[in-house]
Ligand binder design. Sequence first.
Ligand SMILES: [Zn+2]
Length: 283
Amino acid sequence: METNSETNSLATGYSLGDCHTHLDQYPREEIPEILGRANEAGVGFIICAGTTVESSAACIDMAQEFGPLYAGVGIHPMEANQIVDSGTYSRLESLARDNPKVVCISEVGLDFLPTSPDREIQFQVFREQIRLALALNLPIIFHSRESHPEVFQVLREEEAGQVGGAMHYFQGDEATAREAIDCGFYISLARPLLRLPELQDAARAISLDNIVLETDAAPQPFKKHRYNWTEPRHAQAVAQQLAELKGISVEEVAEVTTRNLAKLLSLEDRSALDSSPRSSGHS
Ligand SMILES: [Zn+2]
């Protein structure tokens, strides 16, 4: 990430990456300010994940406009209301293949809340998108809620470890973390690390070499104060908490987790390949 941290000239002495957000759900005019606050908190690059075909296109559009943003293409399990037929597969494929700022297949996975879409459809949608990730050699950043055994089974059956990726918004225990790592995935930690003791134990137990950071930032109108809405800048608090739990410096957390994420997303290969001019996204 040398190139990126230099071009972004972060306000801190370290560079963090936020591997999962939904910044496309914020009004476009707020993005420069959000990126400015991220920069002040040392967050150098941010992935914006799609939840539908349309929002995947919106994430790509934003990533093309703002230098620190990258995009994920995917259909979220909560949006998996119909199977991925050949038409939808082709649309996802062309979005992911034709844009240098697409770095992963995301947000995909399974969600077994009672109100979630039909499970058979979710399985089909998840599997098709893993196949797409394998065909395009892109990592998978996945969602799992009340569905960990099924997610791990699908990842193994589809040999998703060939591309790897991250288990997003991880809130499980150490055994769950170890299983995700064994499937070939990083553990992505977010703000719950600040308050869940079991998650703190898991984070202490697993190696920093298996961890990346995220915020899952999206508008949160249910929170009274706009100031409290999660933004990429909050990755700094997650990094500080992790540093405290592991008894190391925040600089070391930043160095290792950012290296992990850059490697997982092949960002260095991409900046070498992508010579198109980029705006800095903030002034
Ligand atoms: Zn998400």
